[in-house]
Design a protein around this ligand. Structure first.
Ligand SMILES: CC(C)(COP(=O)(O)OP(=O)(O)OC[C@H]1O[C@@H](n2cnc3c(N)ncnc32)[C@H](O)[C@@H]1OP(=O)(O)O)[C@@H](O)C(=O)NCCC(=O)NCCS
Length: 198
């Protein structure tokens, strides 16, 4: 088992209940936790606690097949114009069947509802994000407060994640740049991680 459901429970097209995309509920906390922390154990994601997930559950969208949770992702706001897609994970057995794309599309639709200008992510799966309309950007091009989670990451000093960005409202985005990048007093305390040279 990699998550809350049995390994053979997901069949892409034949026999499996249809996929449903919906906002997460509290009953999803434990399955989401298992999904994320299984990937965290492989060094692919940041681990989460039950407390953190309960606190942030309103950020989450999930994909289910019948009673099985097959994927999750969160939209986390950073400013009135910018949010991060994070905690994006699809069960091993459900990968490459469009679940990740459904999650990103739902999170982008949510971002548009909130009239955000852009959404970013830090990721190892750059090609996946290209496929769903993101572009790679300079890591330092994101506001420093976006790095706050990095402080507790074991890879903080040797981070090799790539920053990707999807601009939703190009006209607003350009106008908002000076405000977005203006550092706050807290930002000054957070050094931007720099990749180690090979
Ligand atoms: C990354 C992840 C969320 C993708 O989910 P998925 O359901 O497999 O993705 P989809 O099936 O929706 O794929 C959409 C497209 O991206 C491509 N794609 C998916 N994963 C890819 C990968 N690792 N490398 C290259 N392309 C990939 C698919 O082939 C598909 O392309 P197509 O539209 O041309 O057919 C999933 O692999 C996962 O959970 N990985 C482990 C956790 C992780 O790394 N999360 C990301 C944290 S930022």
């Amino acid at each position: 088992m990699i998550s809350a459901v049995h390994e053979d429970a997901f069949v892409a097209s034949h026999g499996a209940p249809p996929l449903t995309v919906r906002k997460a509920a509290m009953r999803d906390v434990r399955p989401i936790l298992r999904l994320i922390n299984d990937y965290a154990a492989l060094g692919l994601m940041l681990p989460r606690t039950e407390f953190e997930l309960s606190e942030a559950i309103r950020d989450f969208t999930v994909v289910t097949s019948g009673r099985d949770l097959v994927g999750c992702g969160a939209l986390h706001f950073y400013s009135p114009t910018l949010a991060e897609i994070r905690s994006l994970a699809v069960r091993e057995q459900a990968k490459t069947h469009g679940v990740g794309r459904k999650l990103v599309e739902a999170l982008l639709a949510e971002a548009e509802q909130y009239e955000l200008d852009a959404v970013f992510a830090f990721t190892y799966v750059v090609e996946f994000f290209h496929k769903v309309g993101f572009q790679a950007v300079e890591r330092g091009a994101l506001p420093l407060k976006a790095w706050k989670d990095c402080l507790r990451c074991p890879k903080f000093q040797s981070c090799d994640e790539v920053a990707v960005l999807r601009i939703l409202r190009p006209d607003h985005w350009v106008e908002a740049l000076p405000e977005i990048w203006a550092p706050t007093p807290d930002d000054q305390l957070i050094p931007v991680p720099t990749p180690l040279l090979p």
